[in-house]
Design a binder for this molecule. Sequence first.
Ligand SMILES: *[C@@H]1O[C@H](CO)[C@@H](O)[C@H](O)[C@H]1NC(C)=O
Ligand SMILES: *[C@@H]1O[C@H](CO)[C@@H](O)[C@H](O)[C@H]1NC(C)=O
Length: 287
Amino acid sequence: MKYSSTLLSALILASQSYTALGTFTIAAADSSTGQVGASGSSCVSGSLYTVAYHSIPNHGLCMTQGSPPANPDWDPDVTEPSPVYGVIDAMLANDTDPSIIIDSITNPKLDDERFMFAFKSVNYRQYGCVDLKGRAAGYTGKDLAKLYAIMTFGKENVQEDVQGTIGDIVYSAQGNIVSKTTVTTLQSTFVSDGACDLVERLYNSLAAVFESQELIGDIRCFDDNNAAGSSVFIHVDNADGSEVISIQNRDPNTSVNPWEEFKGEYEAWREDNPCPAAQDVNTAVSR
Ligand SMILES: *[C@@H]1O[C@H](CO)[C@@H](O)[C@H](O)[C@H]1NC(C)=O
Ligand SMILES: *[C@@H]1O[C@H](CO)[C@@H](O)[C@H](O)[C@H]1NC(C)=O
């Protein structure tokens, strides 16, 4: 009893002082076009894209979420980025298998960050990596569920990651502090028929969560803005590093539902960047 109440107060304190960034994202790499990208959302007021998205165009992409490693890019209290980010960049650049990238960055010898002196940060992280060689791997820290059970006072939420392929595209979908069907909704939408390109698959996955009849997504937003999340993004790069699409809300507010504005910006982008003709899509599918 004594131990668990100490643990409880430590975790509550930790959850306030430490970036606990629940998130759902789907990352993908399309070897037929050389494009890599992701979409996702989280109930936070900062930019999820800035925190979570780490890619080397023409190679691959890793999402860093849950409690991501320290990084001055988004945390003014730290001066040096965690060595995890350098390893991700170097290993994506030299085409290391994503499962080896994940093994390397979850090695406590590399990631020895702690919070409240006692808790191993690596157990609160979540990663999803994909590459243009058609490989994917994920990681969900084993103590995330315990932390969130305390933060949410026992409201049901899940932490999981799934990987797969559809044609020439490999993906990794992951969520933490999300409702039960969030990650499966991302995944099943991503692989379903009807999308003309990688951007549309990524957008449709996010839309399926935000437009679900039943409220799903990052459960922390359900009472705040009655939506799946507050910070939302989609980003895809070409093999040469040029941006295909990059849309995010730059000043998210957890009490504002971002979806209609985001959707409007996506639809405007799509008008300027139309799908290939239906004929081409059919040819691509039956290839
Ligand atoms: C890829 O980069 C990592 C990290 O710098 C390094 O440890 C590894 O040996 C490299 N692999 C190859 C095949 O160059
Ligand atoms: C967030 O939105 C709410 C409701 O619109 C508003 O009252 C509040 O001032 C906003 N907060 C920030 C930091 O903009």
